[in-house]
Structure formats: structure tokens, C-alpha cells
Ligand binder design. Sequence first.
Ligand code: COI
Length: 361
Amino acid sequence: MKINLSPNQNPTAPADREAKIAEGGFGKYYTDNMLIAEWDEQSGWGDATIKAYGPLSLDPATSVLHYGQEIFEGLKAYSQPDGGVSLFRPDANAKRFAKSANRLALPELPVEDFINTVTELVKHEINWVPKNFGESLYIRPFMIATEVGLGVRPSNHATYLVITTPASAYFNPNKAVTVWISTEYVRAAPGGTGAAKAGGNYAASLLAQKEAATQGCDQVVWLDALERKWVEEMGGMNLYFIKGSGKDATVFTPKLTGTLLAGVTRDSILTVARDLGYKVEEGMISIDQWRDGIASGEITEIFACGTAAVVSPVGAAKSAQGTWTTGNGEPGPITMEIRNHLLGIQHGTIADKHGWNVKVK
Ligand code: COI
């Protein structure tokens, strides 16, 4: 895919840009440029263009606006000790984007085009990459169905875009989130779109998220659709349970059954935990095993993970059956060790043994 340059002629002044980066948060300010490419059933992918960030003009009958045929990704660029910038595992996001496209009947973007377009845009926006530990430039590639028409069918036209936003903590990593275990709503069912990163999955999660808030909780925990007892995910993030303590601890996560999203951070933590000397296990955990594991002291820590928040400790869990709290409700030592190790690799302060960082500059 050729990338044409037509960059913003009026970029943010350096002082303003620095002030925006310093404000932190997540998704508050967008950088000066975005990337856009169009696909057509007849002619395939056209060239990409890097141009000024700005609104899209869409016909009101554009199919994504009606039937939600949309997918997205999230990945990050981190500043490095030598002044450079690296992307973290962009190949993993590229492959998942292609899988999501397939599930949503959108055209697959070749992995190399995903990586090249993301790399070129980040090069353009390099001055927007925050320098502080734990901060990054969050990259949001997405694809929308842009055929105009109300017929329900796979779109014969699609638009791929990449936008970027400076990001600090998504959740406060030093404060455990409280979760509401929903037995009323489900996120994903076998044969559905749970394994795809599709906007519709997130839209369908919001009412349960609202219910969690009504219950005084920060986030919702999803159970499986069939038995409503097997723990799957938290909000838009994967979950980890620490069983035992010290170096004998087991780092456990629900296995990928086809209804869970295969998180890149989830996958990275399986490796990091092993590197740190822990036993690692993927399996099934029921809501009863969660409650009993807390009561017996077997489960010592719980955390959620995702690209945006990296690692976020989970404290109290509330359900129709009652409330149970992990440890003293504070972030646990293994959670913080894994978090700091992963962030260390991403920021280049800990050796990147697995070749995950891809240099942009
Ligand atoms: C992530 O954890 O990166 C997510 O998927 C949440 C994101 C949609 C903001």
C-alpha cells in the first residue's frame, strides 16, 4: 500500500502540544494527522493518505451507521531510553485486525500494510509520544463499512483509518477496581463475535456497565453465555487470578474458548509471568471457584489487563450472591511486579528478550 503525504499545514504549536501531552488522560486530544485508505470490491485497496486530522463526511445511508459493520485495534508507541520510539507487538494487532475483518465480513488488510501505515503515521506524529514512564501514544486503527445503502449485506466499500492520541493511565494503577459480576447480560456467545474486536461488542456491553455503576462498581465481569458460571472477561479487558503467593504462585487466566478476545497484553503476560519464574495456567474458573478461592485464601490477587490500562488490579467483586474482596483490597505484589516488568520491556528499560518492540525512530 503506497502512502501519500498531505500533512496538516497548521500543526499544534509546540507549547500547546506539550501542555496537552502533560494533561494526560486517555483519548482527550488527537494528534495533527490521521491516515485513511479506501477499499472497493472491484479495485481492492487504494493508496493510503496521511492528512490533517478532522471530521469525516458520510452519507446518512452509509452502512456502518445502520448495521455496525466496524472493527478496531488498539496498540501503543513508547518512548525509549535512547530517545527513540518503539511500537509494542504491532504484528499481533495486525493479525488480529485481519481476523476481526474476516468475522465482520470486511476486507482483510494485509499485515504488512497495517504495520507500515501505523509506523508511517507514528513517524509523523513522533513529537506527540509522551516521554514519562507509563505514558504512550495510543494508536487506534479502525475500519468501517462505507457502502451507501440500507440493504443488509456485506459492504462493497470500506474505509480504513488510523488516529493517535497521547495516553497516560486509563485506570489509576495504584487503586484496585471493584467489579460487578453480571448474571443478567452476556458479552459473547459461541458462534458470535466475542473473539473479534468489533465496536458492536462494546456497544452491547454498556448497559451492563451501567448496571455495574448502579451497584457501586467500576466495571462489569462477564460470565459464559450458556451456563452463566464460567468467568470470561472484565469490561473490555482479560482477567488474571494469582493462586498462592511468592515464587510458588500460579498465574492463571481463563482460556480462549472462542468467546473471549485474544488480548495482546494477555498473551504477553503469559510469557512475562513465565520469565519471572511463576507457573502459568490457562483454564476455566467458575464464579463459585472465585468466591471459594477468596474464602480459602488460595486466590491472593486478581488483575485485569489490556492495551489501554496495561494491568489494573481488581479488588472487591460483587454479585447477586454477595461480595468478596481479594486480599486487603489493595494492588498485590505479583500484580505490580508483572505490570512493572511489562512496562519496563515496553519502555526499553528491561531487556526485550522476545523481540516485541519494533523501532519507529
Ligand atoms: C484495552 O484494554 O485496550 C481495551 O480494549 C479498552 C479500549 C477499548 C479502550
